[in-house]
Design a protein around this ligand. Sequence first.
Ligand SMILES: Nc1ncnc2c1ncn2[C@@H]1O[C@H](COP(=O)(O)OP(=O)(O)OP(=O)(O)O)[C@@H](O)[C@H]1O
Length: 279
Amino acid sequence: MSATAEATAHAISPGAAVFSPVGEAVIDCRLEKVFYGDFLAVRNSNVPIEKGKITGFIGPSGCGKSTVLRSLNRMNDLIPSFRFEGHVKYHGQDVYGKKVDPVVVRRYIGMVFQQPNPFSMSIYDNVAFGLRLNRYKGNVEERVQKALERAALWKEVKDKLNKSGLSLSGGQQQRLCIARAIATEPDVLLMDEPCSALDPIATRQVEQLMLELKERYTVALVTHNMQQATRVADTTAFFGVDISEGGRTGYLVEMGETRRIFEDPQEELTKQYVSGEFS
Ligand SMILES: Nc1ncnc2c1ncn2[C@@H]1O[C@H](COP(=O)(O)OP(=O)(O)OP(=O)(O)O)[C@@H](O)[C@H]1O
């Protein structure tokens, strides 16, 4: 079989080998089918997120990395055409359960987006926002300071907490968004290409921050940048696109320890992707 034919054969295989993390899976994600309207965007993907680790999602454009990530904390509920089949269990509890409040899910499974998106309010109020939303009864000032310290931003902003969050540089804005996300003490942090709008120096700062954050939080990270995955991710999930039915449906091809995925992939398609044969 030629390399191309073999890659195609892999691309239409029904699903990935099941990956079992060594440690405890904070999130057990078994995605059967995810639709936007009639469009099957992702299928057959088991993506466990291991406690205290950074799990990177890589793959070509449109393979469903963001869809899977956003399914983990019901962020896709905000899209009316979104439909999910399968389960996402957070510490054993189905986050799609009938009585589950998605706002509470997002309190435990926080999110940082691609574009730094501070609110048009002061630096302080940006970080305090989630605490107020969740009617936090403790010392807000203390929590804000702690979150800014953990986001490696405190020293740069401590004398201008009343200035607008929008007055900060791009990299500082992204760290502010990270502070906002961690102020409510989530357990898991979902990061959707958090460095794509940043310059290389700000990117390195955020990557360093991710490595520090994993001491306290579990992180799932979507990245287009394979070097970034090798620098920060403990585990990597590679997604491909199945074109066999005439559509473009994403699915998990292979998942495992990052070094193994890059140096000794089991699937031909993974090998081709990590060696840059397609993007
Ligand atoms: N709100 C939406 N409505 C309809 N289709 C959508 C929506 N969001 C994503 N899709 C489609 O679902 C598929 C998966 O998209 P998704 O953004 O999850 O992929 P991705 O791997 O993160 O892509 P990229 O790397 O380009 O950001 C794509 O075909 C995309 O066009």
